[in-house]
Design a protein around this ligand. Sequence first.
Ligand code: PMP
Length: 460
Amino acid sequence: MARDYDLTPRPVAPVATKYRRIQTQLPVPETIPVLEALRKYEPIAMGGQPPIVWDRAENFQVFDAYGNAWIDWSSGVLITNAGHGRKEIVDAIVAQAQHGLLTNYCFPSEIRAQLVQRLSELMPEPLKKVFLLTVGSETVECAIKLSRTFGAKIGGKSKHVIVSFEKAFHGRTLGSQQAGGIPVLKEWIVNVDPGFVQVPFPDGFRTADTSFEFFLNSLKMKGVTPERVAGVILETYQGGSASFAPVQYMKQMREWCDRHKIILTCDEVQAGFGRTGTMWGFEHYGIVPDLTTWGKGISSSLPLAAVIGRPDVMDLHPAGSMTSTHTGNPICCAAALASIDLVMKERLWENAAKMGDLLHARLHALKPRYPMIGCVDGKGLVAGVAIVKPGTLDPDADLTWDIVWESIKRGVLMFSPVGFGGGTVKICPPLTITEEALVESLDAFEEAFEAAVAGRKGMA
Ligand code: PMP
């Protein structure tokens, strides 16, 4: 599954359209020293993304320094919901920097007050207290801590189990990785905490049974009773496949958590701020979780993350005991406020829903033509195309890899495959993408798909 790109420049067919420009070779020969320096000075584990060297990015396009341009289907990694490099965000960052406050730890600042108030006012009840952090993994660690603290308070130390889902991704720190459901990522952990338990995610594709009874039975089979559960945490949609749980399942989950005083956390790090066609991902389920974790699209740019939750849970720890060096960094707060303003003013969740309809219709139309498409999933401007060996559920990582690279050669930028067995093509453009650019990129993607399939056939 883990692999990296060959850095030998190879000829590509030139592309020159309104939004895409690809010249004669990829990787671009002039970028090889940069790519080699990264390989030399960074750990191998930082590799693996397509070898194009980002120079600048604007709205839904990414440019290198050599005249190539891509329509971006990555949003970085689902960061730039309001578009890359929006002037309003740049201006807010510059203004805050020039104002003369670049950092202030947990000392009070006006801009931090503005941001927590803004977020709290936007959220539905009871999500009213906001703890700012820097990255998504940190927010997940905090949600685990708060869930266990709450569990211990009401049910004693035995109420400590954190239930999460197979194939889930919640970050790369020790706790968030244990809440994750990807076994290979946990191989380095010699003393896995038995208080983290994963059950199948009801995606309706690799887990056929999407009933809530199956959730209850899965827990029972693992010997976990509800009295021992402190928290359930799930990605609002699974990042590796873009799949959502059924609405009924989540309504039953909400009731079950209420009945057993279990903290329900939706990890909205990927789903929030309009991505799925609603402002918050959990709106699709018609429920409100107790805790939510946010990052990525919150600022469309600088590192900022947040835990937002029920006041009684958020207030479990005393003054001075939930801190982080860069919490509410003033420049990051300025960026987040500007990005949230753009999402709200331009009603970007509506564009995500509208463009999403187009995107999903086109992807679903591909499915009958290609038996290697196992499943198309997602909502709004996030889609996952699961590539399988025809007639099976086995991921075809090689073909998925080729589809991504063929797309990049045609000026459509994606990150490398994600998901189970590296078999998902993930599509997540900035929420500002226009119909014209989306159609143009979908046409190019279809060509790339056909070329990748033909290439694999040629190899067989
Ligand atoms: N939760 C989810 C759902 C994520 O997708 C990610 C990152 N891909 C994280 C948590 C971790 O966020 P970060 O990389 O900012 O630590």
